[in-house]
Ligand binder design. Structure first.
Ligand SMILES: [Fe+2]
Length: 456
């Protein structure tokens, strides 16, 4: 605090607990790693401070409505035109793009997988991505891909950018450092990271020798926080808990770097003689961010019934049709279950939307067994699902008291598109081929002469 004046006491910085980051969702941020690197009152002076190049990165068309318009001005040592040089096609056969129809060969059914072990030679962020399902079409910028990642090697002199979509990353094992053009994000299990389309970055292991998790690659409009309606101005994912990094740069001239680009489902790479992570200052609202899922403030039924899972939406990527997401990111956080005279787990369900689930930690209440951290399940468009038999009978017959669901973070990627499983996902030996058997022990209890069922 500055106590030199008698008139007022003024803060000299933001809150310390978020050091290295700026709080807020979709703010117009500004940050400079060297004093005075940001031009004042204009974007593109005749000569930028420090001789930097000014460059605009547009995440939406220039003419997008103001509320959804996204762009950032970068002040960097070299312009991005020097990040492209003699590009050559490279093959990353497991990093797929939509569409991927008719390749799983599996019978139509709900699907579930145990976690896949992290191979010792999983490789880097670029080589360690495995696509599980896709929907829509990458060429029309509609739809998504869901991937898993396993990383055992840091990217030191390599950078990647994805022209096809933003990447929502859900770590499950290991801490990662995302060194992006706009700053450094450190994240681990329980946090998510969103990297916008077109932003260059490298991914480093951060204190551990391996990492694993899930990715949603969103080809459509950018993820945003959902409307809260009558819930009001607070709860769910609060904007102040989203963190965007302060500007950070590295200065590596004369060091060969490899740049890999994902573009319309293809991969291209080239070598350049410097690090492109050379942005000294930037301002704008098109930026990477992270969010700690443990800060989610859930709102739920406080008298009866089980509400729709949309109450737990963290981020939604709109499709253009109101209420119909290209893809939603939903979590099932620790919470109290207090509903009276109610079946508290999720109900039985068929859905026009397709539901992919993963588990970050703990146990998911509809599936006490068989769905463990690092695992995944897919309940595809109009395929039935719901509590397994053990969960159904336990929840139907137990004495209801307030109950804390603790140490659990499950999540769902829910999309309007039928999910097309890849051959890789279909052939994983972690696929639980007997998964639909979890519902077989459910009995028919109906007796027209006995209205009150007590469990027999
Ligand atoms: Fe469902």
């Amino acid at each position: 605090m500055n106590r030199e004046t008698n008139d007022f006491v003024r803060a000299t910085s933001r809150a310390k607990y978020n050091e290295g980051y700026m709080p807020g969702f979709g703010n117009d941020f500004e940050t400079e790693a060297e004093e005075g690197a940001l031009p004042i009152g204009q974007n593109s002076p005749q000569r930028c401070p420090y001789g930097l190049y000014a460059e605009q990165l547009s995440g939406t068309p220039f003419t997008a409505p103001r509320a959804s318009n996204e762009r950032t001005w970068l002040y960097r040592m070299r312009p991005t035109v020097q990040h492209i040089s003699d590009m050559a096609r490279v093959e990353l056969p497991h990093f797929r793009s939509a569409p991927t129809p008719d390749e799983s060969g599996l019978p139509l059914a709900p699907m579930r997988w145990d976690p896949a072990p992290i191979p010792e030679d999983a490789g880097t962020w670029i080589t360690g991505i495995r696509t599980i399902s896709t929907g829509g079409d990458v060429l029309t910028q509609v739809g998504y891909a869901i991937h898993t990642y396993a990383v055992t090697e840091s990217m030191e002199t390599e950078v990647f950018y994805n022209a096809d979509g933003e990447m929502l990353i859900v770590p499950e094992v290991g801490n990662l450092r995302f060194f992006t053009e706009m700053g450094v994000i450190d994240a681990g299990p329980g946090e998510i990271v969103v990297i916008p389309r077109g932003l260059k970055y490298k991914v480093l292991l951060n204190g551990e020798d391996k990492a694993r998790g899930y990715i949603c690659e969103n080809y459509g409009g950018a993820f945003t926080v959902p409307e809260r309606g009558p819930i009001g101005a607070n709860c769910m994912a609060n904007p102040r808990d989203f963190l965007t990094p302060l500007a950070a740069y590295e200065r590596k001239d004369g060091v060969t770097h490899r740049v890999t680009v994902k573009w319309c489902g293809q991969f291209h790479a080239c070598e350049i003689d410097h690090s492109p992570l050379d942005v000294v200052a930037w301002h704008g609202n098109y930026a990477p961010y992270k969010y700690n899922l443990r800060h989610y403030s859930p709102v739920g039924p406080i008298r009866n019934d089980h509400a729709d899972p949309s109450i737990f939406t963290v981020l939604t990527a709109p499709s253009g049709e109101p209420g119909t997401a290209n893809i939603d990111f939903v979590i099932f956080p620790p919470r109290w279950l207090v509903a009276e005279d109610s079946f508290r787990p999720p109900w039985y369900h068929m859905n026009i939307m397709s539901e992919f689930m993963g588990l970050i930690e703990g146990v998911y209440d509809a599936k006490p067994q068989g769905f463990v951290p690092g695992g995944m399940s897919l309940h595809n468009m109009m395929l039935p699902h719901g509590p397994d038999a053990d969960a159904f009978y336990a929840a139907s017959l137990k004495k209801l008291e307030p109950e804390k669901l603790d140490n659990t973070i499950a999540f769902m990627f829910e999309t309007r598109f039928p999910q097309q499983l890849t051959k890789y996902a279909a052939e994983l030996d972690t696929l639980q081929v007997k998964y639909p058997d979890v519902w077989k022990p459910l009995r028919n209890h109906f007796d027209p002469n006995r209205k009150v069922w007590t469990g027999e």
